[in-house]
Ligand binder design. Sequence first.
Ligand SMILES: CC(C)(COP(=O)(O)OP(=O)(O)OC[C@H]1O[C@@H](n2cnc3c(N)ncnc32)[C@H](O)[C@@H]1OP(=O)(O)O)[C@@H](O)C(=O)NCCC(=O)NCCS
Length: 155
Amino acid sequence: MGMVRKPKLTEIVAMKQLLDQAAAAGQVLSRDLAEMFENARDFHVYVDNNGVAGLVALHIDLIDLAEVRSLVVRENLRGSGIGRLLVAAALEEAHQLEMARVYTFTRIPAFFRRIGFTDVDRAELPYKAFKDCLKCPLFPGCDETALLKEVRIAS
Ligand SMILES: CC(C)(COP(=O)(O)OP(=O)(O)OC[C@H]1O[C@@H](n2cnc3c(N)ncnc32)[C@H](O)[C@@H]1OP(=O)(O)O)[C@@H](O)C(=O)NCCC(=O)NCCS
């Protein structure tokens, strides 16, 4: 059994490999290595005896808004609750930061609905949410669904 934790910089290359495999399948947007190092503190990883087997990022856009992105679980481990654990870690971090809302763009809205996100009209999201669109291979024909989750404020 593995664990979810913040990554070490020495794990970024393995994280990029997982991300690239999912990007090649059209499931996530690829990120270049420099961007991944710059945003290393955005990430949580799932690590087991074989190394990095999952990742997720929480990227802050605005004072009250962050994006959950770059969510990938190694193919042979999918369906065993790791994706849910990774998103929970990102949401816990959002909670600690007193972030009000977290959104995602995805082709698998059913997964995010299952873990408590609700559909949102993308026109309701601020312009900053569309920062990656120009470098996305889907642009301008985006078929992703926007979903949002309110984060309970720390007391
Ligand atoms: C999406 C992904 C991270 C999910 O990780 P996972 O570890 O397989 O998911 P979990 O086992 O934690 O699933 C949590 C719940 O969501 C459901 N679920 C998982 N994948 C789903 C999918 N593709 N569509 C709908 N529901 C899904 C599970 O059945 C489970 O529901 P349950 O609580 O009733 O059992 C994984 O399938 C993956 O890496 N996919 C490729 C990359 C990708 O699409 N990333 C998302 C980009 S936004």
